[in-house]
Design a protein around this ligand. Structure first.
Ligand code: THU
Length: 140
């Protein structure tokens, strides 16, 4: 599991990215910070759209930024999401984001750090969040 120092560092970056969320429709602002195996961090925020459907979650923004820069190996992601009255609540990644993670990450080795605005957090492996998922191995 990611150590506490790493989790706290990622949460700090996720909260910074959350400041850049474009969420005029839901007003639910989310930030993410994705750690590569070699120690780089890619951030993302949710980006909504007037047509709703094209909206993108913070986690996928971070993954797509990283993958488009050539990254393929990931260690952990922190996600911090809350509405205007956050109230210390936590928001775990949506199903589509879990599936995107499953494309690039091993279920038992990739940690998802789920944080609130106060910096409190808990950690789940991707395998815990998406048990018996369908992934690249199934097509081999
Ligand atoms: N959202 C994320 O960015 N990540 C999640 O894990 C859950 C939901 C975004 C999508 C939408 O812009 C807003 O939060 C409300 O669903």
């Amino acid at each position: 599991m990611v150590d506490r120092e790493t989790a706290v560092r990622l949460i700090g970056k996720a909260l910074e990215a959350r400041e850049r969320a474009y969420a005029p429709y839901s007003r639910f602002r989310v930030g993410a910070a994705l750690l590569t195996e070699d120690g780089k961090i890619y951030t993302g925020c949710n980006i909504e759209n007037a047509a709703y459907g094209p909206s993108n979650c913070a986690e996928r923004t971070a993954f797509f930024k990283a993958v488009s820069e050539g990254e393929r190996s990931f260690r952990a992601i922190a996600v911090a999401g809350a509405g205007e009255d956050g109230n210390g609540k936590f928001a775990a990644p949506c199903g589509i984001c879990r599936q995107v993670m499953a494309e690039f990450c091993r279920p038992e080795e990739f940690d998802v750090v789920i944080a609130n605005e106060a910096g409190e957090y808990y950690v789940r492996t991707l395998g815990e969040l998406l048990p018996e998922g369908f992934g690249p191995e199934n097509l081999k």
